[in-house]
Design a protein around this ligand. Structure first.
Ligand SMILES: C[S@@+](CC[C@H](N)C(=O)[O-])C[C@H]1O[C@@H](n2cnc3c(N)ncnc32)[C@H](O)[C@@H]1O
Length: 358
């Protein structure tokens, strides 16, 4: 047993830590305030509008002024809006306007806050699961988790998938342009499936997810995007989705959520066409805990505790890779299933993209 000597208490450090935590309490509450501002159109009404009074903002959004004033002050204290004391007005700086209102920007934030809020709302159930070792499935969460997930990931896919991730794979874009069969597994609301279908009109796509509610939404999204003729969605587990002879199988931010990722990987291998490719998008992570002790790792370990680990533990096998598994662990899973080639082909601050082949 290692004996660690207790350091004497440093009152200055204690005070620093408490004040840092005060800021974090404000940040925790801000998750609800950002989702509120997004839902009520407060950020959109402020964007490009110059400096508004709380009464003007309330009038433009059909909301109650007294609440809006309090919300604005919380936003100003956090640096999300700027307060102009002489005139008692508030404005949204252009950078914040992009991050808080432009759904197409990779900097778009409300989805990130929405999935965080949804995770926190369900935390009492996770606390019970930590006690008893059980799991909580993706399908058991509130709608903020499902909608927030889609709205958080979509801007990153819009910015990277067609432009850089698919071209980084060996020969895949040529196949997609000629006409390929693609399975997008664990597709959630189908953001990635629909994006690929829009970019490659000669190819056909099957999106699957074990959560029937997400698949219903994905079907609606495909119809709205006008790609439903080449995109089929089915409710199926990753280890049992239909069809074979796929030129490309994709998994976006879901392998680590699965109870049996090795079983899922075996099914991918069995359903790939000769020369086919499996693209795996996973949260960016290093292999060692100390590599992930940074702001992105902190957010992902948080999501992993509240969403990903309980999701995996709710399923058979319950391998619980966690959202910060790292490339070595992912390679191990892929190799155990029988793939012989594995390489990292791209990365962003939030994601690693891997290519696996038979
Ligand atoms: C973090 S979400 C990502 C969703 C989607 N790929 C995206 O990028 O927006 C993880 C998804 O994995 C799905 N999932 C978890 N375990 C699964 C399994 N065993 N088979 C199929 N889907 C699974 C969940 O239902 C959820 O939609």
């Amino acid at each position: 047993m290692a004996i660690i000597e207790q350091a004497p208490l440093d009152a200055g450090k204690l005070e620093q830590f408490v004040f840092r935590a005060v800021d974090e309490v404000g940040a925790t509450l801000n998750a609800a305030l950002v989702v509120m501002g997004d839902r009520l159109g407060l950020y959109r009404a402020l964007a490009g509008a110059g400096a508004l009074t709380s009464a003007e903002l309330a009038e433009r959004t059909g909301t109650a002024e007294r609440y809006v004033r309090e919300w604005l002050n919380a936003q100003a204290a956090g640096g999300y809006v700027t307060y102009h004391p002489g005139e008692d007005r508030y404005s949204l700086p252009p950078e914040q306007a992009v991050a808080l209102t432009d759904e197409d920007s990779p900097a778009y934030l409300p989805g990130f806050f929405e999935i965080a809020l949804g995770s926190v709302l369900d935390s009492p159930r996770i606390t019970d699961a930590v006690r008893n070792g059980g799991g909580v499935g993706w399908h058991e969460h509130n709608e903020h988790v499902h909608d927030g997930c889609e709205r958080f990931f979509r801007p990153g896919y819009n910015a990277n998938l067609i432009e850089s991730w698919l071209p980084a794979l060996d020969g895949v874009v040529e196949r997609l342009e000629r006409g390929a069969r693609v399975a997008d597994v664990g597709c959630g609301h189908g953001a990635s499936t629909i994006l690929m279908a829009g970019a490659f009109p000669s190819s056909t796509f099957v999106g699957s997810d074990y959560h029937a509610g997400s698949i219903e939404t994905a079907r609606r999204r495909a119809a709205e995007a006008g790609v439903e003729e080449r995109v089929r969605f089915e409710a199926a587990p990753a280890a049992g989705y239909a069809g074979d002879g796929y030129d490309l199988v994709t998994m976006f931010d879901c392998l680590h959520d699965m109870g049996d990722p090795v079983g899922a990987a075996r099914h991918v291998l069995a359903t790939l066409a000769p020369g086919g490719t499996w693209m795996i998008v996973e949260p960016a992570a290093g292999d060692r805990v100390q590599d992930n002790l940074n702001p992105v790792g902190r957010a992902y370990y948080g999501f992993s505790t509240l969403l990903c680990t309980p999701a995996s533990l709710s399923q058979d096998v319950g391998l619980a890779l966690g959202a910060q598994a790292g490339p070595a662990r992912i390679e191990q899973v892929v190799g155990e299933a029988g793939f012989t080639r594995f390489r990292r082909v791209a990365e962003t601050p939030f994601n690693h993209v891997y290519e696996a082949r038979a």
